[in-house]
Design a protein around this ligand. Structure first.
Ligand SMILES: [Fe+2]
Length: 179
């Protein structure tokens, strides 16, 4: 198993140019294991929830380390119009996929849970397009994932099980300058 420093991944992503192609992002992330000593400055934890820790942000992409406390899960969400991929670094993560059909532009969507998948360390998940909807959770203890959003996502839709949704502004729990 090859261990990389986090700065090596940052450099590899930076070489993908101003428009990151999903296949190339996937290739950059698949199987990548970051030496935890270089990742540790980006890891913060909060009881029962997940934290979003910015590693780097450019016009083209953002790289975020997400720390999942045991039992933490995301809302059901989309990814604006960005491409998204993440790789599991530590622990176990479950991805639940949803299909959405527009019911009423204001009232929401008909949501259907179509599949679920558990990721092993080093495996990736990919999202593409505005109706690529999922929920991510750590149901078996703490986990760490590394996410690439291209372009950066400032807001996305968070859905309830009934298909209603609200726009949620993205936030960072920690910034690189603050570490
Ligand atoms: Fe997501």
């Amino acid at each position: 198993m090859q261990l990389y420093a986090i700065d090596d991944l940052v450099a590899a992503l930076g070489e993908l140019g101003p428009v990151l192609q999903p296949v190339r992002v996937a290739n950059a992330l698949r199987g990548v294991r970051i030496d935890e000593r270089t990742l540790r400055p980006y890891l913060t934890w909060a009881p029962t929830r997940y934290t979003r820790n910015l590693v780097i942000r450019s016009d083209a992409f953002e790289l975020i380390a997400i720390c999942w406390d045991g039992g933490a899960r995301s809302p059901i969400h989309d990814h604006a119009d960005s491409e998204c991929a993440f790789v599991l670094q530590r622990g176990s993560i479950t991805c639940e996929n949803y299909r959405a059909a527009l019911r009423d532009r204001d009232a929401g969507y008909d949501l259907q849970r179509t599949s679920a998948r558990a990721l092993a360390e080093g495996e990736i998940d990919m999202r593409s397009g505005h109706l690529s909807i999922h929920r991510v959770g750590a149901y078996d203890g703490r986990a760490v994932t590394l996410h690439v959003y291209a372009k950066p996502i400032d807001a996305c839709r968070a859905f309830e099980e009934d298909g209603s949704f609200r726009i949620v502004a993205s936030h960072y729990d920690s910034l690189p300058a603050a570490r």
